[in-house]
Design a protein around this ligand. Structure first.
Ligand SMILES: [Zn+2]
Length: 260
């Protein structure tokens, strides 16, 4: 595994480049810092799993070994509480829905109005898993390679990041049940799959990569693409049966319903 660790480290360091310079430019123009992204993580997985990308983005499998790569970045923007506007919409409880100006992760002040009154950092990132393709390709697709980039601390001064990648096999019982229910619901095809949440842990994610990213480069803490031991989350995630969890889900009925 020693050479593979080096290969993964070199690929990540090439992609990340000088993160201090990268952050500086993104701060200057208030652009979210997303140095890895979907397309790169497919390449990262090709490296980790000794396979190749398909050579065409967006069609067919992500890699020749029929893996599906998903990426989520928690270096998300905050809202500026001082500059918000109302476009006339209210939610179903009659409360106004405000549009906030977004302030990128590494700024401590709003670049538009200068206010330091910023909202909380959102941890609301999702892995985009489609229930239709899950069920359609269940016999062919090997599984999901879920990669998460997180700051060490949710703080604009943070310059140390954590990158992890897990594998969930397509035929995982929990995820397949979720996909089936989602697909049969009248609502969207997309599964609301939050990293490190209940659905994530109940789907038996096996850790394959753990790395620390800092201005000094990338440290590979763990790399084992053969690991079949699922990670265990907080005990609160295991109190209900699969059936009970599914029955509690709204399958998108409550989210995003707006009225004018
Ligand atoms: Zn502002």
């Amino acid at each position: 595994m020693k050479d593979k660790k080096q290969e993964v480290k070199e690929l990540l360091e090439y992609q990340l480049g000088d993160i201090e310079v990268g952050i500086k430019f993104h701060q200057r123009y208030n652009q979210p810092f997303d140095p890895l992204g979907d397309s790169f993580t497919e390449m990262l997985h090709a490296c980790m799993y000794d396979t190749l990308c398909m050579g065409s983005g967006g069609s067919g499998w992500d890699t020749y070994d029929k893996g599906e790569s998903k990426f989520s970045n928690r270096l998300q923007s905050r809202n500026c509480n001082s500059c918000k506007t109302w476009d006339g919409r209210v939610n179903k409880n009659g409360k106004k829905i405000w549009n906030y100006k977004k302030v990128m992760f590494f700024l401590s002040k709003c670049p538009v109005c200068g206010s330091e009154d910023l909202g909380k950092y959102s941890k609301d990132s999702r892995f985009g898993i489609a229930s239709k393709s899950h069920l359609e390709y269940i016999d062919e697709m090997k599984g999901y390679r879920l990669t998460l980039l997180e700051p060490e601390t949710f703080d604009s001064e943070c310059r140390v990041f954590h990158l992890r990648s897990w594998f969930i096999e397509t035929k995982d019982k929990y995820l397949t049940e979720y996909a089936t229910r989602q697909f049969n619901s009248p609502k969207s095809n997309g599964i609301n799959f939050m990293p490190l949440g209940q659905d994530f842990y109940r789907s038996s994610p096996c850790l394959h990569l753990d790395a620390t990213i800092s201005k000094d480069g990338v440290e590979i803490n763990y790399l084992n693409t053969e690991n079949k031991e699922p990670e265990i989350g907080d005990e609160k995630f295991y109190k209900l049966s699969v059936e009970e969890i599914m029955n509690k889900k709204s399958f998108g009925k409550e989210r995003g319903e707006l009225s004018r």
